[in-house]
Ligand binder design. Sequence first.
Ligand code: M6R
Length: 612
Amino acid sequence: MCGIVGYIGTRTAYPILIKGLQRLEYRGYDSAGIALMDNGNASLYKCKGKVRDLENLVSGQNIAGTIGIGHTRWATHGLPNDVNAHPHKSMNGKFILVHNGIIENYASIKKMLTKNGYKFQSETDTEVLVNLIENIYLEEKVSAETAVQTALRMVVGAYGIVVICLDEPDKLIASRKSSPLVIGCGEGEYFLASDATPITEYTDRVLYLNDEEIAVVSTNGISLKNLNNEAKELVISRLNLSIESFDKGNFPHYMLKEIHEQSTTIADSFRGRINNDMTQIMLGGINEVIPRIAKAKRIVIVACGTSYHAGLVGEYLFETFARQQVEVEYASEFRYRDPIIEEDDVVIAISQSGETADTLAAIRMAKEKGALILGICNVVGSSIARETHAGVYTHAGPEIGVASTKAFTAQVIILTMMAYLIGKRRGFISDETYHSLIEQVLEIPDKIKEILKDEDHIKEISQKYVEATNAIYLGRGFLYPVALEGALKLKEISYIHAEGYPAAEMKHGPIALIDDKMPVFVLGTKDKYYEKIVSNIQEVKARKGKVIAVVTQGDTTIKHLADDVIEIPEIDESLSPILSVIPLQLISYYIAVMRGCNVDQPRNLAKSVTVE
Ligand code: M6R
């Protein structure tokens, strides 16, 4: 979604802003722009397209100035074009603003401003906001900060904003509600951004703005207040991210790098959380609330997209090992359904970014109803991580590719460890089983490496299905969510229509689609459903479908039936989602590359969905 950057200090702002916008490209966008302040004069450049188009536009122009703001826009109101791109300037030229989020009551505010003589250039809600601020500033003759505070008290919706007032050109004014904003604190210089990605190379000291806080940032420091002008405490956190983690290294795409990283990221997820003699799982972030989780009558998991699929794996895990009732909900549905949430329920929010608007809203609602709220997030210091009562970070490192890969396996391993831990505490897992499961967790990194050795073979298989227009993914039990995830991966980056089903559901409709052009990806590892999956494969073959099966090493039965097989090492069925998803990630990656798709930034998609 939209990305915001800002700089105020003593260096030339332009290169810092451009680099910052490049670092935020992964979030997804369709236009870009910057505004620079030089001795009280503003230069504003913006255009449809990529940051490199913006650089071309600015080339040869005035780029002086040590204060500036920049933006990558993911269209919500109005087409992606030059006019709708940010920054937006107010009608009388007093304010310039960049915005991430949606002003829901923009239409009524626009009407009011139109009556006051305001004219609008763009179709955006953002231009309404910047003019509202200016209108208040001019009519009420207040400071820029007060004008911003007053305007923000009037708006309904979500915002992360950075504002320049041309009458007060030595400061940036920033505020947020439901859209993230971080301020990096250097020596006499400050870096503002939607997430820490652009900030890492300059400082590790950051201030995460909370909802409805307003920061006035100058080279002398930050003043932090709420919208009612009450002072707020500055809480500076330390970032623990290396700049290398944002590079592609020797890989052609972030997605491929992130698929390959999984042998290490899985180890990072369990490192320090399993004791040396493999008899204990220790999840420090939820340690204090383990008795409450173990007593919970019901666990509700809320998430979106890939994180939702991880949540579905969680359902099988908690039911199998902890014998607890689990419901997995799309956060967007859950938040508007007035769901029944009791005080002894535990709600687990899963989110890579920790900023997904629907997931954030869902936990806020569940919190009000008195449930214990846990988070499984990847981004440290993200909104969801901060608003939950307790939680476990996945430690997968920055995930830049829009298609989630390593975050999924990290979420699943955390859920697995939680389910084993709670299951043990509730007395449903024997010491012996517990030990054996933990041992197998520790073997995952090597098993992932083994799967990745088969990459050339997986690439060859991908080549055969490049021209497909549809695909079906089938799995059962723990592997049903993996079928959903495999289908999501294929559709989001290669634009091939794909659906995942529990394999037995095929007979209830999807089987009608099968002909000799339909690739059917089947998760057929050796588990309790194996014989049934074999029958499902036979049903597909009887209708001339093409079967690509992920099987356990040494399998002979499916090998004889399927058109293509990919072998993965044997592992307990509860851990098989982590291994079996990897070939599917690689297949979708290679098919997308062979189709010439932009793998890391697929069309229309945003990495962090900060609007509902
Ligand atoms: O940051 P989150 O995990 O909350 O994001 C949820 C979804 O937007 C995300 O998983 C999305 O579905 C990915 N593009 C999937 O690859």
